[in-house]
Design a protein around this ligand. Structure first.
Ligand code: GCU
Length: 682
């Protein structure tokens, strides 16, 4: 059963219910597979294994459409002219990566067609089709026409060349650089397969805090080997580019982007990479952020740096993902304002093949942050969303936190930049202001742990990221439903409570760590567990005390116009809403305001009591999650049941740790008793 963990959401469990199975058997008489590319072979193999595992027998493989009840799998050009005609209007609705799954009658015979404009689209269709069966949905009358709404759907691995993973909590890096290029670990193939099954089409193999060695010929040979594995699954490889690489591995004296020798070095480097990997995706760059080198080291700016690299990869169709995660200790009055202040004036100034990658919030992947004010504020610049799938600030891979709920909250947030309804999702999919590039990145939570992600339920965060990257308008509850059925069981008595558990888990972590808009009060460096008292770090904005500002008068960060005026970086509607504590959503209250301990919350409680009760609520929610899981024993294999049970036990213990530590610490300032309903500290 350890293998169950490994198989992720591609369990293809045998269908025990005879009635359910019989519908599938009737519809799946034969498979007609068209096309002979590597990708087509994968589609066929996947369909055959999936059906065999789930139904216990394999449909006949037919070389031509004979008889009834075939599944016809092939790309548009491979279909016969009749089928092309029947599906013409559907093909008009999809882009290059989209697919069509349709029940049709041809010459009075029933068939299912799975097709797309190219073979990768077909592969996506095959995975969707198999998921229908995994989720026990009917396949008798299908009409699914779907295509990704975002073009670049990319995982960011923060993996180092020594196989340690920055902020990784699932073992070591999957990439075994020492054994590459000649040894191809089966794991690379399984990784590609899992990603393709949810539509992820890019992977940045290396850490944003980059090591220039990856750009040397020895390593590029290894990257090429990985690219070859991933290609048939529709996945492109990208690398992080260390800005000072021309000095470190190129023997130049400078990395000044305006220096011709530097620009030429990058042009030659790009040529060298594309010679090996013709479909190389491009570079992800962290520059002048947290001590990393960048154009500012030479008195240049982000535009100079990004555009120089853009020119190097442009002849080969490559792109530059330039990160906007910048903040400096020299302007520490409000870290939350810095990226906007620096990047917003650059709007419209980047080359066509540059996309600016912005974290979902203005600080750093907190359990909750208001959306980053850059979204919607750079209409002439493609912005790529950066989510963090690995749980740096959310209990690592020890705490069960279902992140698609967080992602959805961000994507649904209204920026008001073009009036009501200007959601973040519309910014990043290019529907608010048309963009040449659209993208979304997730900082990967994957490592070489047997179960890939450290916590069995953290697999859902990888899965959910992929689904939302494909369609940022999906509902996180629907995604949880799909994932649970594909990963565990279709039993409604299991699905219902466990889905509730997942959905609750996000608010639970906010409640027991950082309720009411608190943020960045985790213990320092590692970011695990509470540390609101830490105040002695060299950079002011690394100290938790900088963020909560608790004192005798109250708690919270005044970012309204009486404070740092960060609210002015939002559209006027939001600026007004956030500026006033009475209208500011209470979930973000202490993000935007410093309020007295006696401040009255909407429910009539004082701020102190309300805060204490939120911490308690978080603890109660985890206890409830634990109970829910304990009741699900009979639906889950022993090993996964045990793992999750142990992890939830730790989570409960640590939720109490968070509550007690934070309340005891803040109590020194509030000077008030804990309200009724809050358990006394352990
Ligand atoms: C956070 C994280 C770092 C990471 C950085 C980034 O600050 O703690 O480890 O390098 O984000 O996104 O660049």
């Amino acid at each position: 059963s350890a293998q169950k963990d490994y198989k992720l959401w591609l369990q293809y469990n045998k269908i025990q219910n005879a009635v359910v199975a019989s519908e599938y058997k009737t519809n799946l008489g034969g498979i007609v597979a068209l096309g002979s590319s590597e990708t087509s072979k994968i589609s066929l193999a996947e369909l055959e294994t999936g059906i065999l595992d789930m139904l216990g027998s394999k449909p006949e493989t037919r070389s031509a459409i004979k008889g009834d009840n075939n599944v016809i799998v092939g790309s548009q050009p491979a279909l016969n002219s009749d089928l092309q005609k029947v599906l013409a209007s559907d093909f008009d609705k999809i882009n290059n990566e989209g697919f069509i799954i349709k029940s049709i009658s041809s010459k009075n015979k029933k068939q299912i067609v799975i097709t797309g404009k190219n073979d990768v689209g077909v592969l996506y269709g095959v995975y969707r089709f198999l998921r229908l069966i995994q989720n026990h949905k009917s396949i008798s009358n299908l009409n699914i026409v779907d295509a990704p709404k975002i073009n670049l759907r990319v995982l960011n691995h923060w993996d180092n060349l020594d196989r340690t993973v920055e902020r990784g909590y699932a073992g070591f890096s999957l990439w075994n650089w020492q054994k590459l290029p000649d040894f191809i670990d089966q794991r690379y193939i399984d990784y590609a397969r899992a990603n393709a099954s949810i539509g992820i089409n890019g992977t940045v193999l290396t850490n944003v805090n980059a090591n220039a060695l990856i750009l040397t010929p020895q390593y590029l040979e290894k990257v090429k080997a990985l690219a070859n594995v991933f290609r048939p699954y529709g996945i492109k490889v990208y690398l992080t580019a260390r800005f000072s690489a021309p000095i470190e591995i190129g023997g130049l004296k400078t990395a000044d982007p305006k220096d011709t020798a530097v620009a030429n070095w990058w042009k030659e480097k790009a040529k060298e990479i594309y010679n090996r990997i013709p479909d190389f995706g491009g570079f992800l760059v962290k520059a002048n952020s947290e001590g990393q080198p960048g154009p500012q080291n030479y008195g240049r700016d982000h535009i100079d740096g990004a555009n120089m690299l853009a020119d190097a990869v442009a002849p080969f169709g490559g792109i530059i993902m330039w990160r906007a995660f910048v903040y400096s200790e020299h302007d520490a009055n409000d870290r939350a304002k810095q990226a906007y202040a620096e990047f917003q004036p650059y709007d419209g100034k980047f080359k066509d093949n540059v996309i600016v990658q912005v974290k979902n919030g203005a600080i750093d992947f907190q359990p909750r942050e208001p959306f980053h004010p850059l979204f919607g504020a750079m209409p002439e610049t493609p912005l790529m969303m950066e989510f963090q799938i690995t749980q740096e600030y959310l209990g690592f891979s020890t705490h069960l936190v279902y992140l698609p709920k967080l992602f959805q909250e961000v994507l649904e947030a209204d920026t008001y930049q073009k009036g009501k309804g200007s959601t973040v999702a519309k910014v990043i999919d290019g529907s608010l202001s048309p963009q040449k590039l659209t993208g979304i990145a997730g900082v990967s939570n994957i490592g070489n742990d047997l179960n890939w992600t450290g916590h069995p339920f953290a697999q859902a965060n990888w899965y959910g990221f992929g689904r939302l990257a494909w369609d940022p308008y999906l509902d996180s509850e629907t995604i949880a439903d799909e994932w649970l059925r594909s990963t565990f069981s279709n039993d409604e008595d299991f699905i219902k409570p466990i889905k509730t558990m997942m959905i609750t888990s996000r608010e639970a972590v906010v409640n027991y760590m950082t309720p009411l808009g608190l943020h960045h009060i985790m213990d320092t460096g590692h970011h695990y567990g509470p540390g609101p008292w830490v105040s002695d770090l060299s950079r002011p904005e690394w100290n938790p005390t900088y963020y909560h500002k608790a004192d005798k008068n109250g708690i919270g960060f005044d970012r309204s116009k009486t404070g740092t005026n960060a609210t002015a970086q939002y559209a006027q509607e939001l600026e007004q809403l956030f500026d006033n504590a009475q209208t500011c959503p209470e979930i973000d209250l202490l993000w935007f305001h410093h309020l007295s301990w006696d401040y009255k919350l909407k429910n009539g409680q004082t701020l102190w009591n309300g805060l204490a009760l939120k911490y308690q609520e978080g603890v109660n929610q985890v206890l409830e999650m634990q109970n829910t899981w304990n009741n699900s024993e009979k639906y889950v294999d022993k090993e996964r049941f045990k793992e999750v049970q142990m992890l939830l036990k730790i989570q409960y213990k640590e939720a109490k740790w968070w509550r007690d530590a934070c309340l005891l610490y803040f109590q020194q300032y509030s000077g008030k008793e804990l309200p009724a309903g809050v358990e006394p500290p352990i």
